[in-house]
Write a protein that binds this ligand. Structure first.
Ligand code: UD1
Length: 356
């Protein structure tokens, strides 16, 4: 059995690490080849994840870097094709919904190679999000669809996808979180920043709809206002950092900006946060597992399971809604939710069961 894993961005590494480990364990005699597209390339966005997650160094680096959607997708396709030709895999594994996912799934499918899509079936029903198109196409051309929540079943059925391609296995990102739990609990990143567990807000923002336009300036103003109520820790994604250079820098001292963090430090802060404000998909899930109140600065989510769990609140794509967070924290119900079904640390083993 020859398997090629194509990964390229920070969340890809987190979702795929346990799958690579489980399949290597299940098929030790197989050939397991890791291709890094290079969509993310800064050490803090890439290398540190390979180290912390114990992912073997990539066998192939495509070094596609940044660019427009068409450029990034085209570069992955062009550079992946010869790799797939020479590796001649029995299966190509792609995670998530980024441009690298779309490009890899399409390249492999055109070469008549079976594709396995991790985190299949999520839909925001908002085609202005680049990820939505990536998800739809990746699912359409994949043979093995690995679902992390039951709502994905309905989404895929509605697109006419046959049941036998769907495998509801659970959430591999939560596998990684569970595997790292002892280490991130010991990291105590809050103490290093001088903030008290339970008494600070953690912020991540990177979606173009929020950070590439005029909403960013108002968002930073609202974060400075929130920082008067509680310290706000904000590790800044490179896309956001670039855009923030154009925004007026009248910050409150309680607004603690930093470079992107490694995964152990980030999970340590996430677990200890009193509140999380984000536009990320994965963080909506991690806060659900950790039972930390999450406020999502978007109009929609492809992860309604996190809203039903009671941990996630959609604020809308409206920075002024940030002002509602302190009040919402006071009225939060106290009974801890149960994590969604199969978010239990064993999703990758189920993927290995299906493929073996
Ligand atoms: C990408 C994904 C998004 C995912 C996110 C996770 C797409 C369309 N978007 O968004 O779905 O949620 O990753 O982080 O695939 N940059 C650096 N260093 C890096 C990487 C990026 O400086 O290592 C900067 C560059 O200026 C680049 C910009 O960030 O132009 C955006 O990077 P890109 O990979 O295009 O999209 P993300 O916003 O990271």
């Amino acid at each position: 059995m020859r398997i090629v894993y194509v990964i390229g961005t920070r969340p890809n590494f987190v979702k795929t690490a346990p799958v690579i480990a489980a399949l290597r364990k299940r098929m030790p005699e197989g050939r397991h080849t890791i291709v890094h597209t290079g969509q993310h390339y800064d050490r803090a966005m890439s290398e540190i994840f390979f180290e912390e997650l114990d992912v073997p160094a990539p066998d192939h680096l495509l070094e596609v870097g940044s660019g427009s959607h068409a450029q990034q997708t085209a570069r992955v396709m062009e550079r992946l094709e010869p790799v797939l030709e020479s590796e001649s895999p029995d299966l190509v594994v792609v995670p998530g919904d980024v441009n690298s996912t779309l490009a890899a799934a399409l390249t492999a499918a055109k070469m008549q190679m079976p594709v396995a899509h991790i985190e299949s079936g999520l839909r925001s029903f908002d085609r202005t999000m680049p990820e939505e198109l990536n998800r739809i196409v990746a699912d359409e051309v994949s043979e093995y669809l690995f679902l992390h929540s039951d709502e994905a079943i309905e989404n895929l059925r509605a697109e006419g996808i046959a049941e036998e391609r769907m495998h509801f296995v659970g959430n591999t990102m939560i596998d990684t979180l569970v595997a790292l739990e002892d280490r991130f609990r010991a990291a105590d990143a809050a103490a290093a920043l001088g903030v008290m567990p339970g008494a600070f807000a953690l912020v991540t923002l990177h979606r173009p709809a929020l950070v590439d336009g005029p909403l960013l300036e108002e968002t930073v103003r609202q974060l400075a206002a929130l920082a008067r109520e509680m310290p706000v820790v904000f590790p800044v994604h490179p896309r956001t950092r670039k855009m923030m250079e154009t925004v007026s820098s009248d910050h409150h001292p309680g607004l603690l900006l930093s470079e992107p963090l490694g995964y152990l430090d980030f999970l340590s802060l996430l677990a200890d946060a009193g509140a999380v404000l984000t536009d990320s998909g994965g963080i909506q899930e991690e806060t659900t597992y950790l039972d930390v109140p999450c406020f999502t600065l978007r109009d929609n989510t492809e992860r309604p399971v996190t809203i039903r769990a009671g941990t996630n609140t959609l604020l809308g794509l409206d920075p002024s809604a940030i002002a509602r967070i302190p009040e919402a924290l006071i009225s939060r119900p106290s009974s801890p939710p149960k994590p969604p079904p199969l978010w239990d640390g064993h999703a990758a083993e189920r993927i290995a069961d299906v493929l073996a």
